[in-house]
Structure formats: C-alpha cells, structure tokens
Design a protein around this ligand. Structure first.
Ligand code: E4P
Length: 214
C-alpha cells in the first residue's frame, strides 16, 4: 500500500519525506489556496522532494480547458499526475490524456459507478472521498470496498487512491479494504506512529537500563 501526503505545505512534506515511506503527494485547489503560494511554484518544489506521483488539479470545467491547463503542468516533471473532476468532461479529458501516456487522477468520486467510469477512461488513480461521505452519514469505507470488488472483477489496473482521509481509523479501514493508496494530511501521517504503550515501554526500558550492569 502506498502512502501519499495530501497537502501543499512544502515544509510539512519535507519533514515527512525524511522518514522514507512517502510515495507521492496529492494537492487540490483548496490546499494550494491555503498555502498562499503560486500553484506551479509549489508543484515544482514538491517534485524536488518526492520521487513519486504528484497530483496537480485542473480547474477548467470543459475538456478543452482541462487539456490546456494540463499542458504546462505535465512539462514541469514526469511525475506530475493530472487531477480531473469526475464529470463527463473530466472523463473525456482523462481518455485523451491517458492516450498520451499522461497519468490521470479522477477526483471527487462518491459512487462505485463513477469509479467504473474512471477505470474505463484509463485513469491511473481514482479518488473516492471517504471523509466527505462519512460527514453526510454515509459509510465511506463501503464505497472503497465496492470499488475494490469491481476493479478486481475486471482486473482494471486503475489504482484506488483513498482520499479525504481524516484520521488513523480511516487509514486502517482503507488498508483492510485493499486500497492501493491512502492520501492523508501530514497530521494523520504522524498520528499513525503513536501508541501510549509504545511511549510507556520506551520510558520503562530507559529507566531499567539506568540500573542495569553495563
Ligand atoms: C484528495 O486528493 C483530496 O485532496 C482530499 O483528500 C480532500 O480531502 P478533504 O475532504 O478533507 O478536503
């Protein structure tokens, strides 16, 4: 299972990457706006930190506009993955980009049929948003499970990129459901390391070591 960071904060990415288990990054227009920085500049910096897919999202709503916005992004680095919205226009853009061997991430996916369309369009990644489904009282994890079953039925190579992950429980759930990738905010990544028994165990070992005959 791959771990992606869901952020446009370069310093946060730098810190997490040092651990050595980050496989990629996802950004979206809200995260770029939150960073307060220029889109292309941020994406370029991320390509220098992470050797893996980096999702950069287009904002046009028509296919031609999406392809126009994708063109300069693709030139930034071979790892740039174009993120398109789950609309008919986005799927048409995905088909065209995939034919050019450009990696595409179909985002804002909230149903199994939408994920089926993304796979048919040759998307490299499909992004089901589990947190936003949980927010409205639906079960995000059920969607991941459905997509896994459908993709396995037909051996679709599109990777399930579990998105809108809000907590460590979501990470465990998507790992159990067989998601290929989990993209998570840095704070969720750091929370995965913690357990109070680990901290207590380290403290006890250190205390006992002080009294040991060395
Ligand atoms: C994924 O690619 C999106 O950027 C992200 O996971 C959305 O998460 P949110 O629902 O917490 O905004």
């Amino acid at each position: 299972m791959k771990f992606f960071l869901d952020t446009a904060e370069v310093e946060e990415i730098r810190k997490a990457v040092e651990v050595g288990i980050i496989d990629g990054v996802t950004t979206n227009p809200s995260l770029i706006a939150k960073s307060g920085r220029k889109f292309a500049e941020v994406v370029r910096e991320i390509t220098k930190l992470v050797n893996g897919p980096i999702s950069a999202e287009v904002t046009a709503l028509d296919t031609a506009g999406m392809l126009k916005q994708a063109a300069p992004l693709i030139k930034i680095h071979k790892n740039i993955t174009i993120k398109v919205p789950m609309t008919a226009e986005g799927i048409a853009a995905c088909v065209k980009l995939a034919k050019q061997k450009v990696q595409v991430n179909v985002t804002l996916v909230f149903s199994a049929n939408q994920a089926l369309l993304a796979a048919k369009a040759g998307a490299t990644f499909v992004s089901p948003f589990m947190g936003r489904l949980d927010d409205i009282g639906e079960e995000g994890i059920a969607l991941i499970e459905e997509i896994r079953a459908i993709y396995d039925n037909y051996q679709f190579p599109t990777q399930i990129l579990a998105a809108s992950i809000r907590n460590p429980l979501h990470v465990k759930q998507v790992a159990l459901a067989g998601a290929d990738v989990a993209t998570m905010p840095p704070e969720v990544f750091w929370k995965l390391f913690s357990h109070h028994l680990t901290d207590a165990g380290i403290a006890k070992f250190l205390k006992d070591w002080e009294t040991a005959k060395k």
